[in-house]
Design a protein around this ligand. Structure first.
Ligand code: UDP
Length: 482
């Protein structure tokens, strides 16, 4: 019987990251059945329900999972942004991660650890002599974001002002120039704890990772990947960058709303519906919800809108939603007036099924990288509406870099007004100027499908990762599953 190569993986307590690493592991073990992966999940209070549904759908094969004892949300700084709370929860989970790894490793040794970027502290554990595992980073966002993270130390030394006040666009190796105000939110206040954590993470990635598995594909980010490898060689590091995507969600998500959405879409004309969603936790302010509603109505276009209760914090729902009916926050009479025009769904919808439905013709997205890739894979043109994290960078890549999206203008108070929404929505759905966008997204859809073929660029990069793993582990003890 073939030898089993055992890998441990660790993610963070956020559905989109957990689903992404699980999907990658599914593909890895499908291509290489002699690999077994155990995914270890730090938890805040309790696992996301969408992750539970997702895990239940996994075939009982070569990917299994363990939830670490939960960190109590009350013990995290309540005023810190969700991204900081998540990283602190991961830090607090390190003792139980170490104990779990030790227990598993002592019976069936692992050869490598794959850690989500925001769980990179785990690489220090993996390097511990009692484990001595190879360390890879699973990077759910774009190669452009990885290039920024790895370039941060240099940027930090070279730029003295706040990045958002930097007059010239910032140059990141292999990427389109980007203005400071479009950098990820952690970068916008250099005296914040978020920035300090990201700087520390960046140094850890540079010193500890044996390689980066990036959820992107050659046809959209080849130049960035080449620049990343050149930078690593310049640093005299033998650290490879593998573009192993597009990894997108294929498992079911927890959506009692699913049948209603799909039934409604079945009754619409091909490519006539704009889908609107802000990821697993994005929220709009009450004022923006009003403008969105009235702008959609004014556009006259069909829409399917996943709505959350408004909040002044754009990622308020990232760690769970409150039990309030989001539809009660819509402008008076809106639902009656738009009855034949649109459908509004509370909190959650089956996104990949909606994007792949023939009636869907556009996606107004917060540009989370998973949503971005899902839209590319399904060939759906986008309107970019970045809210937090690295979403503004993704919006720049989609508009200026790849030319597959329109970007609406925010006013000086940070609101997109109803007239602007109506113009952009009509522009994307029926405007002649969007013909080029539709053609380019169609080309990217084909390129994404090609990347995943047996001889495609993504499959080749996974092969190279496995070959590297074998080369590096030669000499390591490998558990014989016979
Ligand atoms: N998602 C979904 N239904 C929803 C909202 C989100 O299935 O109503 C999924 C979506 O398909 C994607 C993920 O949740 O896979 C969101 O990830 P993304 O990186 O776009 O954004 P994040 O949630 O990290 O902000």
């Amino acid at each position: 019987m073939a030898k089993i190569t055992r890998i441990a993986a660790i993610s963070i307590p956020a559905f989109s990251h957990q689903a992404s690493i699980l999907e990658f592991c599914k593909r890895l073990v499908h291509l290489y059945p002699n690999i077994h992966v155990t995914c270890i999940f730090p938890t805040i209070d309790s696992p996301p329900s969408a992750t539970i549904t997702f895990l239940q759908s996994l075939p009982s094969s070569n990917v299994d999972h363990i939830f670490l004892p939960p960190i109590n949300k009350q013990n995290l700084p309540q005023d810190a942004p969700p991204a900081v709370q998540i990283q602190l929860a991961v830090s607090q989970s390190m003792p139980s991660f170490r104990a779990t790894l030790h227990q598993l490793h002592s019976t069936t040794p692992f050869v490598a650890l794959i850690a989500d970027t925001f769980a990179s502290e785990a690489l220090e554990v993996a390097r511990d002599l009692s484990f001595n595992l190879l360390s890879f980073i699973y990077f759910p966002p774009s190669a452009m974001t990885l290039s920024l993270f790895l370039h941060l130390k240099t940027l930090h030394e070279e730029v003295s002002c706040e990045y958002r006040d930097h007059k010239e666009p910032i140059l990141i190796p292999g990427c389109i120039p980007i203005y400071g105000h479009d950098l990820p939110e952690h970068f916008l206040n250099r005296s914040s704890i978020s920035y300090e954590l990201i700087l520390r993470m960046s140094k850890r990635l540079l010193s500890l990772a044996d390689g980066f598995l990036v959820n992107s594909f050659s046809e959209i980010e080849r130049v960035t990947a080449i620049a990343l490898e050149e930078e690593q060689q310049r640093r005299k590091k033998n650290t490879s960058v593998y573009l192993i995507g597009p990894v997108i969600q294929t498992g079911p998500s927890s959506d009692s709303n699913g049948p209603e959405c799909l039934r409604w879409l079945d009754n619409q004309r091909p490519k006539s519906v704009l889908y609107i969603s802000f990821g697993s936790g994005g929220t709009l302010s009450q004022e923006q919800v009003n403008e969105m509603a009235l702008g959609l109505e004014q556009s006259g276009q069909k829409f399917l809108w996943v709505l959350r209760a408004p909040s002044d914090s754009a990622n308020a729902a990232y760690l769970g939603v409150e039990n309030i009916d989001p539809l009660s926050f819509l402008p008076r009479g809106f639902l009656e007036r738009t009855k034949g025009q649109g459908l509004v769904i509370g909190n959650w919808a089956p996104q990949t099924q909606i994007l792949s439905h023939s009636s869907t013709g556009g996606f107004l997205t917060h540009c989370g990288w998973n949503s971005t890739l899902e839209s590319i894979v399904m060939g759906v043109p986008m309107i970019t509406w970045p809210l937090f994290a690295e979403q503004r960078m993704n919006a720049v890549l989609l508009t200026e870099g790849l030319g597959v999206a329109l970007r609406p203008k925010f006013n000086t108070s940070g609101i997109v007004e109803r007239e602007e929404i109506a113009v952009v929505v009509k522009g994307l759905m029926v405007g002649e100027e969007a013909n080029g966008i539709r053609q380019r997204i169609g080309e990217l859809k084909d390129a994404a499908a090609d990347a995943l073929k047996e001889d495609g660029s993504s499959t080749r990069d996974i092969f190279q990762f496995v070959t590297r793993l074998e080369d590096l582990t030669r000499g390591h003890q490998i558990f014989d599953g016979s």
